[in-house]
Design a binder for this molecule. Sequence first.
Ligand code: GAR
Length: 210
Amino acid sequence: SRRIVVLISGSGSNLQAIIDACKAPDYPGEVVAVISNKADAYGLTRADNAQIANQVISHKDFVSRESYDQALIEQIDVYQPDLVILAGFMRILTPEFVQHFSGKLLNIHPSLLPKYQGLNTHQRAIDAGDSEHGVSVHFVTEELDGGPVILQAKVPIFAEDDAEILASRIHQQEHRIYPLVVKWFCSDRLMMQDEKAVLDGKTLPLSGYA
Ligand code: GAR
């Protein structure tokens, strides 16, 4: 089965969804390591509980973004992954990092990209008066939150919503679609070609999946 390294900074609920999905006997991937840039990330406990190798590489121990990302590359490579996934990893990556893992680097972003790249997406959607919001899984390219979208899921925004309740509604969808996309990748159905996401030979996004 395909070897997956997961990068996190926090709670790791998406990590958990993928760990759980991997328990299915026919799932084509396994999480071989978890790396966090923050020592207090709860996702590290999730990795421990699942007996998955995990470690902290703190950006505070490095003088530059370049040197941090280089250390990260070297440590990830130790695990010889087929796929590297960002699951709430709250760092901007250097072009060197992105190029090194090009075509095997996925991210989940809590908005309907290309809307709301960057931070505070839930509050921004509420403030804009949007009636719907969502989440996107995409290949990572050098453009921040700009790589080709693979799959999106939508949720409604209700009048009384605050950012917290909206985030929890989004999380339910994240936990559904991220393991699905990872499964596609690990079964060689999904790839990036010419900066486009391709599933079963068809350029994404397809409508009607999520
Ligand atoms: C998720 O909602 C993910 O979409 C978001 O961080 C959260 C992590 O939750 N990612 C970003 O905002 C990336 N810029 P988790 O730690 O429980 O998986």
